[in-house]
Design a protein around this ligand. Sequence first.
Ligand code: HXC
Length: 511
Amino acid sequence: MEKYIEKLRTRNAIAAGNEKEIERQHAKGRLTAQERIDLLFDPGTFQEIDTLVTSRSDEYMDGRASRYGDGVITGFGLIGGRRVFAAAQNPGVLGGSLGEMHANKIVKAMRMAIKYGCPFLALNDSGGARIQEGVDSLGGYARIFDANCEASGVIPQLSIILGPCAGGAVYSPALTDFVFMTENSYMFITGPEVVRAVMQESVSFEELGGGLIHSKESGVSHFLSKDDTECLLKVRELLSYLPSNNQDDPPYTPPADDPDRRCPELEQIVPVDPHKPYDVRQVIASIVDDGRFFEVHELWAENMVVGFARLNGWVIGIVANQPQVLAGTIDIKASVKASHFIRLCDAYNIPILTLQDVPGFLPGTHQEYGGIIRNGARMIYAYSEATVPKLMIIMRKSYGGAYCVMSSKGLGGDLLYAWPNAEIAVMGAEGAVNILFRKQVANAEDPEAKRKELVDDYEEKFNNPYVAASRGLIDGVIEPRDSRRVLIQALEVTLSKRETHVPKKHGLAPM
Ligand code: HXC
């Protein structure tokens, strides 16, 4: 037996790599695949599979491709006590490049994750398609993309970009639910040399697709971390808000925060003057359990804030206008950001709380040419399609189209509330008077006095929550300090909600 065990140990040792590889990775300020796995999983729980898989090709590779494992560690283990599958690319083997067997290992782990209802994490650090394996490598990517699509909405899929991620390889992350990047990682379709040759533009890797660019400009990345360790800890935290699969509920945590706690500070945080900005994250912190909010897409489309929190221990997703950025107007990016998040919450049985204070859509040619019509429609579709509980508080402004598109009764909103200072109308008083009473104002003896009289009258008649309340378009007008208590009661009655749509192959959500 001893000699057999020795043979196995030798093979496993080859798969594990050597000191040179480890040093090379550390010199780049990054961890090795094994170190990443060790940080990510609860200690001692990770079981590797397919350790001894090897490439079937050795063209131009001088025997290096016969290295066991083929440049990727796959397996399963526990994170926060819950089962999760992962694949971590090993940049020490042919640059972490993806060949046929490397791809097969990833797809096998993904298919297991789907079958057993566990989240799948892809830790990417790779030079892309393994050049020597040609079309076998490209075919491998296609199989990964296919598995990504199959898993979409069934199990949470997280892509963690910890090094280069180039060419078509970026499309697997783009098909997943969340993309994490470090400042030291990059993603691009075409590299700097191609940009230089075709566009006569000189850009660095970082400028083209560094973690900061994708977290702030393109929105491809949902989370930015300074290094591997911070990133992997963030991954663990995100998983604590997600169910293992679409048939599970998100993890309930017994709360320490009092469900009856009043929030009088809300009356100071939100100024009554509709022109004054404030940080909606302060509102969120006041209402949710222990003030803890896990923000998604923190640096992108900051006029819309989305993320996870808990109410009396239950996970909720929050969609909130941010009045301190672009006055909280909805633009293309904000709409795309909210739509993705709403659909994600719906897929994973996470109730949605909307905190509304929105003057309308951002006007201008830039938005119209960019397709605000098509992109704004995405949010309508997402809210309408969502069958999870949909709660809302209108904190201040709720004007025009923005009223309609954000969780309104007409879109199936469940329990909707407004604070007494809320302004729910087609538009603000000034704009309405300019359109409706232009002639009366112009012909008046004292036009300014007349305008003021009409503005006051409009505000009295329309700019309040009571018209909406009288029609049952909101379910109650509440004092801001009661928000937490009222929302928890609303959430707990709606948790048993069961709603289905007319059966169809699939809808045609605007793209
Ligand atoms: C085979 C590769 C490789 C690849 C890197 N290596 N990329 N081997 N196929 N795609 C090997 C290198 O030859 C080197 O081998 C080792 O990995 C480390 O690479 P270095 O260049 O020394 O490392 P570094 O300086 O850190 O640069 C990393 C890199 C660079 C930026 C990723 O290697 C690079 O630009 N690679 C090519 C990227 C690329 O264009 N990929 C194809 C994209 S097209 P040695 O023997 O020296 O250790 C694509 C299509 C997918 O992916 C389509 C899907 C639909």
